[in-house]
Design a protein around this ligand. Structure first.
Ligand code: URA
Length: 229
């Protein structure tokens, strides 16, 4: 991997700062000063910054309790982005696993591991996601059955995959879906003539959002949780 990319992974330096650090002669590879940011480093190299040895990067896996008002994007001219909720050196390296709408709250995963991300988001892998849905109108038994069997979303030619509905009250359900189409939950409820007033994701596969993790806070996943996917 390139030296600047490596440095930005294992230190708090962003990519540009890493290039500058190397150009200033602060980096050695196997005892030799290396100034070129595009120098290729290997896991077997002994790399130091300011004389301090650095480790080979490990992948990062995090869970965030997304608050409303933040967008799932790497940049946005108008709104705060979820990556703003992490320290700079972490946010710059992480990819967002799937998307939640700006007004949706709940469980959001972030990782540096592309294959892991793919296993959660790819339509080829079944990974159920559970949403708490607060509705504008009372939900009927017929609507529940339609949602469970599959509904035709506006602009789509195929029914949604079978979903699971857990009735909580007249205007509240848990909806577990296996896909991640654009605005899927809102569009599913619209297709049965209802409207989502509040949406919160609390589960992805077997991984549940911590009950005591405050809105806007994040934590690293455990090795066991990483292995879920
Ligand atoms: N479905 C939606 O409509 N919105 C989300 O944020 C997630 C799923």
């Amino acid at each position: 991997m390139r030296l600047d990319f490596y440095l930005s992974h294992v230190t708090e330096l962003a990519r540009k700062a890493a290039k500058i650090a190397a150009a200033k002669g602060r980096v050695t590879v196997n005892g030799e000063v290396v100034k070129k940011a595009n120098h290729r480093v290997l896991e077997t190299d002994h790399i130091c910054l300011d004389g301090e040895p650095l480790a080979w990067p490990t992948e990062g896996y995090y869970l965030l309790h997304k608050p409303a008002g933040y967008v799932c994007a790497n940049e946005d001219p108008e709104h705060p982005i979820v990556l703003d909720l992490l320290p700079n050196h972490l946010g710059q390296k992480l990819n967002i696993v799937g998307r939640l709408d700006k007004d949706t709250t709940g469980l959001l995963l972030l990782t540096t591991d592309g294959q892991w991300l793919h296993r959660i988001t790819s339509p080829r892998h079944v990974c159920p996601k559970r949403y708490y849905v607060k509705l504008k109108d009372v939900i009927s038994q017929q609507s529940i059955e339609q949602l469970e069997a599959g509904v035709l979303l506006r602009g789509e030619s195929q029914l949604t995959k079978p979903a699971e509905v857990e009735w909580l009250s007249e205007k509240e359900i848990y909806l577990t879906i296996q896909e991640g189409k654009y605005h899927q939950v809102k569009r599913m409820l619209a297709s049965v003539g209802n409207k989502v007033e509040q949406l919160h994701r609390d589960r992805i596969g077997p991984l549940q959002l911590d009950k005591n993790l405050p809105l806007g806070e994040y934590r690293a996943l455990t090795a066991q949780e990483i292995a879920f996917f």
